[in-house]
Design a protein around this ligand. Structure first.
Ligand SMILES: [Zn+2]
Length: 378
């Protein structure tokens, strides 16, 4: 099932792309595709009224919106079975209740959907693209229920099918990102594919997450963490803002190695490069007070005879082991620090051009390694 998303001429392609990108994060039978808005001259052919300078209408009636949809379908060859979504900053009015107070935020007929791009700030602050994405999902679900569906809730139930005549109720609908049991049953009766419903459910879960107000708390934690200090003492204890996190020797070695190579994307296979390999072994021998431990030899894929390296050129780096170590470090951080701070100080895996890399991303000024320790491991 393809969903094409575009806009009336004044809508920015960046907004269209943002909505397509967000919805595309959830995979499934529905795919989303952006198309460029048409020139205003084309759109003017199918709408009735313009303001004086002929640039844009102030209001569009629903049938005109459908005319615009048809125009886009023709111009862009959108298949009749594909869904077309048009974003618009123009106010929508319904000829039957043009005098009612209902402020239309979206509308659909057949598989043509129109969604307003303005006026969301009152409900969702600056998360306009999340609100618009919600409207895509809402109208998509309603399109699938068919035009014969009449089960909209005039009295709000915190369901995607709330009618929201009273605008304030839109907030409740958006924040809950939910489909009630009655509406879900209506979808089952319509025999909507379960994979499609599953994707709709996952999309709503994603959007609910994006709406969450705790995001500002996360930002505060990030801000505060950016001033936190990690200290490695003379005795090789690891203190995060003064709180000791008890790492075993193998994890001390790994964390210290990433502290020494802070903000560097290091691919696991590259640990076999001699500069990294030597550094890891040196740090480890200081941490272990002489002698190498099996953990590092296995990690680096070195041969081991009675704990001594027989051949430094054999084997591959054990990727899973490094992943385990990274995960163990995070778990131990999490035992002592808050989740937000643990995330900040974890060794992350990031996707780079060459593939997945490991990186510890903190400001170098946040790292204090005891000078004696530093001279022993450098
Ligand atoms: Zn419902």
């Amino acid at each position: 099932m393809k969903v094409f998303i575009t806009g009336t001429p004044a809508v920015e392609i960046t907004l269209i792309n943002a909505v397509v990108d967000l919805l595309s994060k959830v995979k499934g039978p529905i795919s989303y595709h952006a198309i460029e808005p048409l020139e205003k001259e084309s759109v003017q052919l199918v709408v009735r009224q313009f303001d004086e300078d002929g640039i844009k209408t102030e209001k569009l009636e629903f049938d005109e919106l459908i005319n615009i949809s048809q125009l886009y379908r023709l111009k862009y060859n959108v298949d009749k079975d594909d869904v077309l979504v048009i974003l618009t900053s123009i106010q929508m009015i319904h000829q039957f209740n043009a005098n009612s107070n209902k402020n239309w935020f979206s509308y659909y007929r057949g598989n043509n959907i129109v969604i307003k791009t303005i006026g969301w700030e009152r409900f969702v602050d600056n998360k306009m693209n999340v609100a618009i994405s919600h409207q895509v999902i809402e109208n998509l679900f309603q399109t699938l229920l068919g035009e014969s569906f009449t089960g909209f809730h005039m009295e709000s139930k915190s369901c995607i099918n709330d009618f929201c005549e009273n605008e304030i109720e839109i907030t409740y609908k958006l924040m809950s990102c939910r489909i009630c049991n009655d509406c879900l049953n209506a979808a089952f009766e319509k025999d909507i594919k379960l994979e499609i419903l599953d994707q709709i459910r996952e999309s709503l879960n994603l959007l609910r997450d994006k709406f969450q107000i705790f995001q500002s708390l996360d930002e505060k934690i990030q801000e505060e963490s950016a001033n936190s200090i990690i200290e490695v003492t003379k005795d090789l204890n690891f203190l995060f803002d003064g709180l000791e996190v008890g790492f075993p020797a193998r994890l001390k070695t790994i964390y210290l190695f990433f502290l020494m190579n802070v903000n560097e994307n290091i691919r696991t296979v590259n640990l076999r490069q001699s500069k990294y390999q030597n550094q890891i072994l040196k740090i480890h021998s200081v941490v272990k007070k002489g002698g190498a431990e099996k953990a590092m030899i296995t990690l680096l894929g070195l041969d081991d005879e009675d704990g001594k390296m027989a051949n430094a050129n054999l084997g591959d780096v054990n990727k899973d082991l490094l992943k385990d170590y990274r995960h163990d470090i995070y778990k131990l951080l999490n035992l002592k620090l808050s989740r937000g701070k643990s995330e900040y100080f974890r060794i992350d895996s990031v996707k780079t051009e060459k593939g997945w890399s490991n990186v510890l991303k903190i400001r170098p000024e946040q790292i204090k390694i005891d000078s004696d320790t530093l001279s022993r491991i450098s």
